[in-house]
Design a protein around this ligand. Structure first.
Ligand code: PMP
Length: 360
């Protein structure tokens, strides 16, 4: 068996320990005689799995009691519609557009009401986070929406916007559990699991209880109503059982590692290795304003598309995979989520240094 260093933006690297444990439990989950994949979601055994997963997430994020944790499906993209369907009571919401995913959410919301773009970084190809300290928040806005970490462009909000009292809704798909968060500052946080948490197919939403009501937009399907899932404790219908089980294992791994403070320190250390090298390199450069740099997704370029392609090809041959940048921006991108070991980033930096020496 040989595993590569996988820098994919998602689905992405998972802790090896978690994968091994899942492999050991594949045929017979703890004496049940069946795999978690084969088990009724109404069984006692599965109930323990999903309840423990929720509790471990609550412990890790320090989630206050007046917030619900929902395990959903449909990808993060389904939330682009579910959020306005459930939260746009006044049919008005303010969006901060800092990349493709925020833009998609903003465009989707326009189907349901008045979505205002109150700030954007489109003028400089989303390479920075705009100043959000005094935005023209609509008095009628039901919420203010951000994508907190922009997977494609590699930017992250370092301070949250001043929403002037409106609930903040944040897509945290690519920074989920990468550092501590103060959940009480948000009305809702959500993300797809397939970057920092587990397999694709699971979406986790943390929503303040007062925002979960029956008063949703007319025509909202039962399955797309948060209250349906909140009332049924994420077991209204068959949930993505196996995916949730893996998420639960990752939560336990994170707890064992020491929690989110420890992950933050590790992630800062890893990101610094790469950013310091990029800042000193004569060949490679980062594409993002320094103050806005993400700890999770690090885009970089040589400035020459042919050289970029050569780099990606040779890196792959050296066991450093999925370094090609997003198809809309080109260049390279290294995603260095929680499960990427420091040794993986060191191997990448060593490889870049050699490549630079050989090709400059
Ligand atoms: N938001 C962010 C920040 C993302 O990075 C992605 C996917 N890469 C999405 C939303 C869309 O996620 P999904 O494919 O699960 O719909």
């Amino acid at each position: 068996m040989s595993r590569v260093y996988n820098f994919s933006a998602g689905p992405a690297v998972l802790p090896e320990e978690v994968l091994k444990e899942a492999a050991e439990e594949m045929l017979d989950y703890r004496g049940c005689g069946m795999s978690v994949m084969e088990m009724s979601h109404r069984s006692k055994v599965y109930d323990t799995i999903i309840k423990e997963a929720e509790q471990d997430l609550r412990d890790l994020m320090n989630i206050p009691d007046n917030y619900k944790v929902l395990f959903l499906q449909g990808g993060a993209s389904q939330q682009f519609a579910m959020i306005p369907m459930n939260l746009m009571k006044n049919r008005t919401a303010d969006y901060i557009v800092t990349g493709q995913w925020a833009k998609k959410a903003y465009q989707e919301a326009q189907k349901y009401g008045r979505a205002n773009c109150v700030a954007s970084s489109a003028d400089k190809t989303f390479s920075y986070i705009p100043d959000c300290s005094d935005l023209p928040i609509d008095e009628k806005a039901d919420y203010v929406y951000i994508c907190e970490n922009n997977t494609i462009y590699g930017t992250k909000f370092k301070t949250l916007p001043d929403t002037k009292g409106k609930p903040l809704v944040a897509d945290i798909s690519s920074c989920f559990l990468s550092e501590p968060v103060d959940v009480a500052k948000y009305g809702m946080l959500y993300g797809g699991a397939q970057k920092n948490i587990g397999p694709a197919g699971v979406v986790i939403a943390v929503i303040r209880e007062d925002l979960i009501t029956e008063d949703v937009l007319p025509g909202t399907p039962t399955m797309l109503t948060y209250k349906t899932h909140a009332d049924a404790e994420s077991l209204y219908n068959t949930p993505p059982c196996y995916g949730i089980y893996i998420c639960g294992k990752v939560f336990k791994w994170l707890k064992k590692m020491g929690g989110l403070e420890v992950m933050k320190a590790r992630n800062e250390e890893k990101a610094k290795l790469l950013y310091d090298y990029l800042d000193s390199s004569k060949m490679f450069s980062g594409t993002v304003e320094k103050e806005s740099r993400s700890l999770m997704n690090v885009p970089f370029v040589t400035g020459d598309a042919e050289l970029d392609a050569k780099f990606v090809k040779e890196a792959k041959a050296a066991g450093l995979e999925n370094l090609k940048g997003h198809r809309t921006v080109g260049g390279m991108r290294a995603s260095i989520y929680n499960a990427m070991p420091k040794a993986g980033v060191e191997a990448l930096v060593d490889f870049m240094r050699n490549f630079e020496e050989e090709n400059l």
